[in-house]
Design a protein around this ligand. Structure first.
Ligand code: ADP
Ligand code: MG
Length: 509
């Protein structure tokens, strides 16, 4: 083959050579100069952006100290913190592993919602069987009415319950029970009721705000035939904590890094000064921080964060979430690249309309580009072509893209780690105090942080940046005692486990 094409190749080559000889030398030089100048400008912009996003140790410490201070303020009185709601969750019983029976969960996150069932077999058998179904939320329902959203969810749930088959055993005479993971700020009024405070993550369903979310859901279930009851309304962080606790009693925190981000932890009831009701018998309370709305002045905010915030459906809210969460990471990367394209001619200037289209770059692409280890960054080239329709790129350009992904993943991961250290400090588990666990029950030296969410699960560099930052911030001994553990599907399974531990029929039959 090479022989038969040999001549042609030579011909083409010589033609190219001849043509390139015709370009006046002064022009060729000026194009080369221009390219190198634009590359220099791009490098300067990149290095400025790197600086603006930096999270050196002293800054992380300030961020985590601010987190601890806001936590204290939020526990003191209702509205005590402008940032952290510090919501008591009314979850009285974390699962122990003894739970038995068939339980369902609905997990309404941000991007997808899932319905699932688990068959629990007590201490020995634990989770005997599980099944789930994941459904994308039609975008129009995210901005519609409460009735439309819940009719859709109730229908999917009813269809799923109808497929219950072998390996699942509903107790005769009992109505099925369901845990509802609702991952938006809710003021709980009991373990199975709560009022929507506001929406986040691109949802905006105004008529649901100020109303009981469980009532809205149960009405929709009723319209489909009353086949199932909500036994527990939980935040997804609490589901994640519960899933962690089911397997490991040292679990003290639940953290979500998915579309958005949030955390909860086990607090001593007497530390919750704003609590007016009698304290729970366990002496402990699970507090949902709603840390997405954290906004320390030490957060390294950039022009891109400002833009993302201003153009969001909730400007001024959720600053931490907008710097860390998977919904926004790709968009921030895109905005930085668009700026370098405009100001330094990256990708030949503004050649691609897609590069200037909000949310055209999703976070899974960021992690794909970031994990490209090929010498020529071929995966980056492919994604730039697929997503932005940029046909040809230089290695230097691809390297800049790779660097921007790295800078922003590192920043998000280190900020999330600082948040976790802030909570550990609040409960005396960061190694900075000698009083250890401040009287919390399980103090055998380990503190497990149950982690869930697509960003954490699928983005390896994000995970390792987080781990490194935790180790950097804590003393060697404390760092050894803190374990970040993937609580896979924690928000869903953990929520079914909480339905079990709050079952109206008791946990063991
Ligand atoms: P939710 O937060 O909506 O409940 P998930 O926990 O499944 O849902 O998280 C989904 C989010 O995780 C996506 O919006 C995306 O930002 C992020 N994500 C999913 N896959 C990846 C990936 N491969 N790399 C990085 N982020 C990912
Ligand atoms: Mg989720």
């Amino acid at each position: 083959m090479s022989m038969s094409y040999g001549n042609t190749t030579v011909c083409v080559k010589s033609a190219v050579v001849v043509r390139s000889r015709r370009v006046p030398q002064w022009r060729a030089q000026s194009i080369a100069q221009q390219k190198s100048k634009s590359n220099q400008t791009a490098q300067i912009l990149l290095s400025e952006f790197r600086q603006a996003s930096a999270t050196p140790l002293h800054r992380l410490r300030q961020v985590s100290d601010d987190m601890t201070a806001e936590m204290h303020a939020g526990l003191l009185s209702e509205g005590g913190s402008q940032q952290l709601k510090m919501l008591p969750t009314y979850v009285e019983h974390l699962p122990t592993g003894d739970e038995e029976g068939l339980f369902y969960a609905v997990d309404l996150g941000g991007t997808n919602f899932r319905v699932l069932r688990v068959q629990l077999g007590g201490k020995e058998k634990r989770i005997m069987n599980q099944e789930y179904q994941e459904v994308a939320i039609p975008p129009e329902l995210m901005l519609g009415t409460s009735k439309e959203l819940f009719d859709f969810i109730a229908k999917t749930l009813a269809d799923f319950v109808a497929t219950e088959g072998e390996g699942f055993d509903a107790h005769s005479g009992h109505i099925r029970e369901l845990g509802f993971a609702f991952s938006f700020p809710v003021l709980q009024t009991s373990v199975k009721s709560g009022i929507v405070i506001h929406w986040t993550k691109g949802f905006k369903i105004d008529d649901a705000v100020g109303k009981d979310i469980v009532a809205a859901f149960e009405e929709a279930i009723g319209r489909k035939g009353d086949h199932i009851r909500v036994a527990a309304l939980v935040n997804d962080t609490v589901g994640t904590l519960a899933r962690g606790r089911f397997w490991n009693e040292d679990t003290m925190l639940g953290v979500i890094l998915g579309t958005g981000t949030n955390a909860c932890y086990v607090e001593q009831a007497d530390a919750v000064s704003k609590w007016r009701d009698p304290p729970p018998k366990s002496g402990e309370m699970i507090i949902n921080l709603e840390w997405g709305n954290f906004r320390s002045p030490h957060l390294p905010r950039t022009f891109a964060d400002e833009e993302v915030d201003v153009e969001s459906v909730n400007p001024g809210d959720q600053w931490f979430e907008k710097m860390v969460g998977g919904m926004y990471l790709g968009e921030i990367v895109r905005r930085v690249l668009a700026k370098i394209a405009q100001e330094a001619g990256l990708f030949g200037g503004s050649s691609s309309p897609k590069l200037f289209e909000p949310f055209s770059l999703s976070t899974p692409y960021v992690s794909k580009m970031h994990s490209d280890e090929s010498a020529e960054l071929t995966e980056v080239a492919k994604i730039l072509e697929d997503v932005f329709e940029i046909q040809s790129t230089t290695f230097q350009e691809r390297k800049i893209v790779h660097d921007v992904c790295d800078i922003l993943a590192e920043r998000g991961a280190r900020l999330a780690a600082a948040g976790i250290v802030g909570i550990l400090k609040k409960i005396g588990r960061d190694g900075s105090t000698t009083n250890g666990s401040q009287g919390l029950k399980n103090s055998n030296g380990k503190t497990v942080v149950a982690m869930d969410g697509g960003l954490y699960e699928h983005y390896a560099q994000f995970r390792s940046y987080m781990q490194a930052a935790i180790e950097e911030m804590l003393s060697e001994t404390a760092a050894k005692s803190v374990v970040l553990e993937l609580s896979k599907d924690g928000s869903g399974i953990g929520t079914a486990l909480l339905a079990a531990s709050h079952s109206q029929y008791g946990t063991v039959f």
